[in-house]
Design a protein around this ligand. Structure first.
Ligand SMILES: NC(=O)c1ccc[n+]([C@@H]2O[C@H](COP(=O)([O-])OP(=O)(O)OC[C@H]3O[C@@H](n4cnc5c(N)ncnc54)[C@H](O)[C@@H]3O)[C@@H](O)[C@H]2O)c1
Length: 438
């Protein structure tokens, strides 16, 4: 079986490599020449644990190839996955679907044989229908079935998530077209059937909404515990114990109950916004999600204020070491990271920011103020600093010795915005320790 994937980003690359690992012949297309050249030369343009090996193994076996030439990728493909970006559209918060529609139209115009066009990108309800109309208008002569197959992988554990997902959601049309699409997707996902992965086969509209609902729910869960954390600080409770006590209830679950500086990343911020916009357009607002969005936006700003407050009301002339810039550990993705709000505010307030991130510094540089300094290591970042702010909980930061850190610093302020350090140990080392909600 042969398939094509349009888009060599986080989702396209991981899906392509994993389908190849399942034994499928995969060709991944991207319009960015440098990306494809890098991939052909064995270099992975993103940081995702395990991806380099998976790509190398499958490329060597001849199951995974890369091209900028769509016709070459479509040659003999039974299914074509759209894994292009759907960022927030400038100005109104809707998802920008221009990449999806452009790619769908290119596929339709280029295809020579019948195929299933599967949207893996996260797209608002109604997009699948519009893709079908567009494809039919472009190629009335060719049988192109459309389907929706939203992706739930998490950056940082993307390969495991793809290979052992909680479920696979497949949205299809009614009738023969849907049956053909489902048959092809079932063949592709056969290894997951064998490990008894639940398959949710539904309409395209439902599949599209499942993806947004799941992300909005998780974003709301994070935002909920963040607000509870603030309350904990006021009443002298401990948010980690509250989260544990809540999360052990099977109806609630323990995941996504970690208080922090507000959610970021390539998905939650844009997907919550797009869902809220779509819901408004349909006259059925999702006010809970709208509130989540504004609480989360405010929270990132509040984190910068916290740093200033912890530094006795001013960071002017002070050196702040920032550990972690990416929106979460084990990725180089900087999209909507809390650092993008916190760091510029500290610089604006007169601080010298010296930052270190194990994977995200190249991506961070063009996004952060030019005045930010980048360190070679965590220790290099904290040397001589007045305050230390932990923004992303990379494992290597968890293991740092409080005594050693304190010994290197000029000041004694430690803001642990991810609740990874032990209060007693840091205080014994001489820090004024500030955590979230405890
Ligand atoms: N990143 C995640 O963790 C994640 C998880 C689940 C779902 N998603 C969704 O998957 C989609 C892709 O996300 P991503 O993070 O992989 O995006 P990305 O920006 O990393 O990658 C998109 C790629 O598509 C390429 N592209 C765009 N138009 C093209 C065209 N016409 N032809 C060829 N290539 C084209 C771009 O050059 C880019 O390399 C989004 O809708 C996103 O919401 C992302």
């Amino acid at each position: 079986m042969r398939i094509a994937i349009i888009g060599a980003g986080y989702v396209g690359l991981v899906s392509g490599a994993c389908f190849a690992e399942f034994g499928v012949e995969v060709c991944v297309v991207d319009s960015v020449v440098e990306k494809i050249e890098a991939l052909r030369g064995g270099r992975i343009p993103i940081y995702e644990p395990g991806l380099d090996k998976l790509v190398a193994d499958n490329a060597r076996e001849g199951r995974l190839s890369f091209t900028t030439n769509l016709a070459e990728a479509l040659d003999g493909a039974e299914a074509v996955f759209l894994a292009v970006g759907t960022p927030t559209r400038r100005g109104d918060g809707h998802a920008d679907l221009s990449y999806v529609f452009a790619a769908a139209e290119e596929v339709a115009r280029t295809a020579k044989q019948p195929l299933v066009l599967v949207t893996k990108s996260t797209v608002p309800v109604g997009t699948g229908r519009r893709v079908r109309e567009l494809v039919q208008a472009a190629r009335p002569d060719l049988q192109i079935d459309v389907a929706s197959n939203p992706e739930f992988l998490r950056e940082g554990s993307a390969i495991g998530d793809f290979m052992r997902p909680d479920r696979v959601v497949i949205g299809i049309e009614t009738g023969a077209s849907g049956e053909r699409a489902l048959a092809v997707l079932k063949r592709l996902y056969r290894p997951l059937y064998l490990i008894e992965t639940p398959i949710v086969a539904t309409s395209i509209e439902t599949a599209e909404l499942i993806k947004y609902s799941a992300n909005a729910f998780l974003a709301t869960k994070i935002t909920f515990i963040n607000e509870i954390a603030d309350l904990c600080e006021k009443v002298g409770a401990n948010v980690q114990d509250v989260a544990r006590g809540m999360g052990l209830d099977g109806r609630i679950g323990r995941k996504f109950l970690h208080a922090g500086p507000g959610y970021g990343g390539s998905c939650f911020p844009k997907d919550t916004l797009a869902l809220a916009k779509t819901a408004r357009d349909f006259g059925s607002p999702v006010r809970l999600v709208e509130t989540t969005i504004s609480v989360n936006d405010d929270r990132k700003v509040a984190m910068a204020d916290r740093v200033v407050a912890a530094c006795d009301g001013s960071v002017a002339g002070k050196t702040i070491a920032v550990l972690g810039l990416t929106f979460k550990p084990e990725t180089d993705d900087m999209r909507e990271a809390a650092s993008l709000v916190v760091v510029p505010r500290l610089v604006q307030a007169g601080a010298t920011v010296r930052a270190f991130d194990p994977a995200g510094m190249d991506q961070a540089r063009p996004l952060l103020p030019a005045a930010v300094q980048y360190a070679e290591s965590a220790m290099d970042a904290v040397a001589g600093a007045d305050a230390l702010v932990l923004l992303t909980e990379w494992n290597e930061f968890r293991a740092l010795s409080a005594v050693r850190l304190k010994g290197l610093m000029r000041g004694d302020v430690l803001l642990d915005l991810r609740n990874v350090y032990d209060r007693e140990a840091t205080q014994q080392a001489g820090f004024r320790y500030h955590a979230i909600g405890r």
